[in-house]
Design a protein around this ligand. Structure first.
Ligand code: INI
Length: 156
């Protein structure tokens, strides 16, 4: 049997783009800090990191697609927080950003990572942005690193 193929956690020499939603910035800044910390700890170089801010989650797929199509990045990491409000607006935004991010990855073959919190409350979001439940931005970046390496291996 052939050896199983899996991505290694090697960020050195790889280029990463982060698309970050300004909506709920108190949360998304923390997600971005987590993602940057993860990338730098895995030896990515600052010059290889690009951060692009967008107004809200809904705009993420459009920008992620442009970045992925540019072929300048080994992974595009999408960071946002969708928090339930008094209406069903939340559901529409959450559904579109989820579908959109998946489509970017499938359409371009560039690993496009879903670092989007979908929460019932600000408190729940804070817990996942560096408090009790860890930092989802850090985890998203780790997936970006692994997938970037995996895609390269599968090309060999
Ligand atoms: N954008 C978010 O990133 N999170 C939210 O919770 C949110 N809610 O609930 O409204 C949100 N809305 C803005 C949306 O993403 C767009 O920026 C806006 O509709 C303009 O297209």
């Amino acid at each position: 049997m052939n050896q199983p193929v899996q991505g290694q956690l090697i960020a050195e020499g790889r280029r990463f783009a982060m698309v970050v939603s300004r909506f709920n910035e108190m949360i998304t800044r923390r997600l971005l800090d987590g993602a940057l910390d993860c990338l730098l700890r895995h030896k990515a170089q600052e010059k290889d990191l690009t951060v692009v801010w967008v107004p809200g989650s809904f705009e993420i797929p459009t920008v992620a697609l442009k970045l992925a199509q540019s072929k300048k990045y080994d992974s595009v990491i999408c960071l946002a927080a969708v928090i339930r409000g008094g209406t069903d607006h939340y559901q529409h935004i959450a559904a579109e950003v989820t579908k959109g991010i998946a489509q970017v990855g499938l359409q371009t073959g560039v690993p496009t990572i879903f670092g989007v919190l979908t929460c019932d409350s600000l408190e729940e979001a804070l817990e996942r942005a560096g408090a009790k439940q860890g930092n989802k931005g850090w985890q998203a970046a780790l997936s970006g690193i692994e997938m970037a390496d995996l895609m390269e291996r599968l090309d060999r």
